[in-house]
Ligand binder design. Structure first.
Ligand code: SAM
Length: 352
């Protein structure tokens, strides 16, 4: 397995650990976490859950509403304190009674069997394992995708529907397509499904490469899909008929780490992408960029990378623009105002 694989780092705390079990006073245990002490759960998974519940009560004080800054501080306090509650792992399994079975403990840690992870790390691994087992059905795909740990996978599908509708109408050559920032590979698999002979997909996250290769093997298309660990086009050299990029949609406010790269973009990302993309397009080749007005409508940015490219840099011509209002995920979910106006966009361009 790839050495650079992203996985929750085992605890390296040298502090003395305080053991907790079902007999431990939970209020005291939560107070220890807040005070900066490390606790190790020693009997059951439910003990850890109960301590976390008590910690939440102590940190948030049972209040539903708070000023934004006060709430942010409490969230940060909860984050740090909860990450001092440790779970023992022995022979790649949680060494506590009535624990969930999390296959990632074996797959991600072939080099170590006995270690400790924090309770929130375990909860994250467990949730990812459930998605992996269950799989996700996406528009335009026959088989469900089972995203590998640490891989970005969409939980809303409006941009995927837009792209699949566009692909259905696409009448150009289908020899080779490139999918930049492939995530779990959904756009690459949509293109293969719509008749592209070959697709090259890239991502900067190693887990993403594993995820896409695993799915390609499972559905028998490995010979038509090449997956590379690379920044944008990397070592790629063949020209394509179509390049698609569903980039991160929000400008980064701080340094980007790990999976943040799926959500936030660094300032130079689009300049680099647009200047390289034209080199990798065949004569008459098309560039499709999926984007959203999320940052603009939330007031987080007045910069729109595609509009900037078309109006200021002027290296491409717009062929078409399709938009689709983002469906509410649930009637019960109250969206903030800007989310109500959210649209996804499909920009079809060609080099000038
Ligand atoms: C919004 S996600 C889209 C994933 C997938 N294509 C989809 O539509 O669901 C953006 C992806 O781009 C990847 N990414 C970000 N910066 C990149 C770069 N410089 N080179 C390659 N991939 C990058 C991220 O890791 C992430 O998987």
């Amino acid at each position: 397995m790839n050495n650079n694989i992203i996985r929750p780092e085992p605890s390296k705390s040298n502090d003395t650990l305080i053991s907790v079990n079902k007999k431990t006073d939970r209020e005291e245990a939560a107070a220890h976490l807040i005070a900066g002490n490390y606790l190790l759960v020693e009997d059951r998974y439910s003990t850890g859950m109960a301590v976390l519940a008590e910690l939440k009560k102590q940190v948030f004080g049972g209040k539903k509403k708070d000023f934004f800054s006060a709430y942010r501080n409490k969230r940060s306090e909860f984050y740090h304190a909860s990450n001092r509650l440790l779970v023992p792992i022995k022979s790649n399994r949680i060494a506590l009674k009535k624990s969930p079975d999390i296959g990632w403990l074996e797959k991600l840690y072939p080099d170590i069997e006995d270690f400790q992870l924090t309770f929130p790390q375990i909860q994250g691994l467990n949730s990812s394992w459930q998605w992996y087992l269950k799989g996700i059905a996406y528009p335009g795909l026959k088989e469900k995708i089972h995203p590998f740990y640490g891989t970005y996978f969409p939980t809303r599908y409006d941009h995927l529907t837009l792209f699949d509708e566009w692909l259905k109408k696409y009448g150009g050559p289908k020899t080779l397509a490139i999918d930049i920032g492939t995530g779990c590979g959904v756009l690459a698999f949509q293109m293969l499904n719509r008749g592209f002979e070959k697709v090259t997909a890239s991502d900067i996250i190693p887990n993403s490469v594993i995820s896409v290769e695993e799915h390609a093997k499972k559905i028998g298309v490995s010979d038509r899909l090449e997956v590379c660990l690379s920044d944008l086009f990397g070592q790629h050299h063949q020209k394509a008929d179509l390049i698609v990029f569903n980039p991160p949609w929000l400008p980064a406010q701080k340094e980007i780490e790990g999976l943040d790269s799926a959500i936030y973009y660094e300032k130079d990302l689009f300049e680099r992408f647009f200047s390289e993309a034209a080199i990798f397009l065949n004569e008459g080749g098309k560039l499709v960029v999926l984007f959203s007005n999320l940052a603009e409508s939330a007031g987080a940015a007045d910069f729109h990378p595609v509009k900037d490219e078309l109006n200021i840099q002027k290296r491409y011509r717009q062929i078409s623009l399709r938009k689709r209002k983002v469906k509410r995920s649930s009637k019960k979910t109250k969206r903030r105002d800007h989310r109500k106006k959210e649209c996804v966009e499909l920009w079809e361009l060609e080099p000038l």
